[in-house]
Design a binder for this molecule. Structure first.
Ligand code: MV4
Length: 489
């Protein structure tokens, strides 16, 4: 592979291009009319315009992207995350056009895209799963009996859902029928597939996911876990690796189970196996994401493995150059997603121009971003503008470096989640490791964030006053130098 097309925009397009360039591979960018001057377009060796700003007319246009790959002679397509990254039809179209899809086989995308098909595939591997039904509910009377057997509250989940979409909680038996009706019609409306199943509701769970990597020769390894419990309405905000909860034994068990999940669908490439963990450290397989994830950098920092490079090597048909026992965890990495959102105002999207944009730098700091000073944040795409990633010998150092990096990140013109990130980094529940997926709901409010900011403003004001008084004091010192024309009174 001498040239690849990157079917994405923003930070991930740049991230993929950096690894390609390092490997001596030429890059082709695609872009929408809103992204003419975007960094990913400037960084690429070539760029092809797809169409108007809306994703449906640009970054989701499968035929146009395949055509762009053909016309530029790209031998592979990297889809990044989001957009077409988990679209089996697109993977197939690429392969049919003789272009390598730098991702898993379409079959693996299809299986893991259906939660019920995924449960079915992993069945023979004895992976722990949340108690519930493993086929679509057909008989509501029978389903209610099963729910009563499990015990309320239970969750109704859409088979075609995922990432928190298509979930409904049922608190008590009396609500079962009405919630089922709603769940099915929601599933039909959102996914065109009304299949739903039920699961016991795991209260206050932690979200732990395991990175896997598989080649086309049957080798599968895991690259340990990421802890992603700090999230807001299913949108992750802070991720870290490793998780401070796992014992080496638990880590090895979850890793081995994640490898089995990959084997169950003949996975190839980089993928992520999601688990829920309850308060007693029992873990359950939830779903598999068949793409490179936003939070992959924390895994790269603790393992020293370039995951994009590995994706490309595997797509070329090469064997993994390392075995499970070659992989170790070194240090601790923390990622904060910087969204163009106002954390003081219900996280409303904050659009505008990046009047000032200066990224922090220094030991243990990595910024993956896709914007530059002076650029406008388009309204059409994901509001994530950057990932601020820090690394240290241990968790405390990674957190400390994150606090410094947040302070050094200068953004004017839009509101971002940087202040919210500092709130998390300084919160006792977070620093102690005693948190779950309800962290934001439990501890965060704009008032809490404001309190911290007001306290800081007071300190800043005091420092300014001291400084001013001292300066005034110095002015009063009489100047008695003979040759000076000036004297102070
Ligand atoms: C659950 C659950 C509790 N019990 N399943 C949300 C995202 C999707 N991947 C699955 N999710 C959940 N499934 C059972 N049986 C709680 C969640 C959940 C959650 C999971 C991971 C990260 C954040 C979350 C926030 C709310 C609910």
């Amino acid at each position: 592979m001498k040239k690849i097309l990157i079917a994405n925009r923003g930070e991930i397009a740049l991230r993929v291009m950096r690894s390609a360039r390092k490997m001596g591979i030429k890059t082709v960018a695609v872009y929408s009319e809103a992204d003419r001057n975007a960094p990913h377009v400037k960084f690429a060796d070539e760029a092809v315009l797809l169409g108007p700003a809306p994703s449906s007319e640009s970054y989701l246009k499968m035929d146009k992207i395949i055509e762009a790959a053909k016309s530029t002679g790209a031998e592979g397509i990297h889809p990044g995350y989001g957009f077409l990254s988990e679209n089996a039809e697109f993977a197939e179209m690429a392969e049919a056009a003789g272009i390598t899809f730098i991702g898993p086989p379409s079959k693996a995308i299809v299986v893991m895209g259906s939660k019920l098909a995924a449960k079915d595939a992993v069945k023979k591997y004895n992976i722990p799963m949340v108690p519930g039904t493993d086929t679509a509910i057909e008989d509501i009377v029978e389903a209610k009996k099963i729910a009563e057997g499990i015990g309320f509250p239970i969750l109704i989940k859409a088979s075609a859902g995922g990432g928190g979409k298509g979930m409904r909680i049922v608190e008590k038996a009396a609500d079962f029928e009405s919630q089922m009706d709603r769940a099915v019609s929601e599933a039909i409306n959102s996914f065109g597939d009304g299949s739903v199943f039920i699961e016991k509701y795991v209260a206050g769970p932690r979200h732990i996911e395991v990175q896997v990597l598989a080649d086309t020769h049957g080798n599968v390894v895991h690259l340990f876990e990421r802890e992603c419990s700090v999230q807001r309405r299913h949108q992750k905000v802070v991720e870290e690796a490793p998780s401070c909860l796992l014992s080496p034994e638990l880590r090895a068990a979850m890793g081995a189970d994640a490898v089995k999940v990959a084997l169950s669908c003949d996975y190839v490439g980089a993928g992520t196996v999601e688990f829920l963990m309850d308060a007693d450290n029992n873990y359950y397989f939830l779903e598999m994401n068949t793409r490179l994830q936003v939070e992959h950098p924390v895994t790269e920092l603790i393992t020293g493995v370039d995951l994009v490079e590995q994706q490309i090597l595997v797509a070329r048909g090469e064997k993994l150059a390392f075995k499970q026992e070659d992989l170790t965890i070194k240090g601790h990495a923390m990622e904060l997603r910087v969204y163009a959102e106002d954390s003081l105002n219900d996280f409303l999207p904050s659009t505008g121009t990046l009047e000032v944009y200066k990224v922090p730098s220094g030991e243990g700091i990595r910024v993956d971003d896709g914007y530059e000073e002076g650029m406008e944040i388009p309204i059409y795409y994901d509001p994530m503008i950057a990932k601020l990633v820090t690394y240290g010998d241990n968790r405390e150092q990674a957190i400390q470096r994150m606090i410094v990096a947040i302070a050094d990140y200068k953004i004017k013109g839009i509101q971002t989640t940087l202040p919210f990130g500092r709130f998390v980094m300084e919160h006792e529940a977070f620093t102690s490791g005693n948190f779950d997926t309800h962290f934001v709901k439990k501890f965060y409010s704009p008032e809490e964030l404001k309190k911290g900011q007001d306290a800081e403003a007071k300190v800043a004001a005091q420092v300014a006053i001291d400084w001013y008084l001292k300066a005034k004091e110095q002015l009063r010192v009489p100047v008695t130098t003979k040759d000076s024309k000036w004297t102070n009174r």
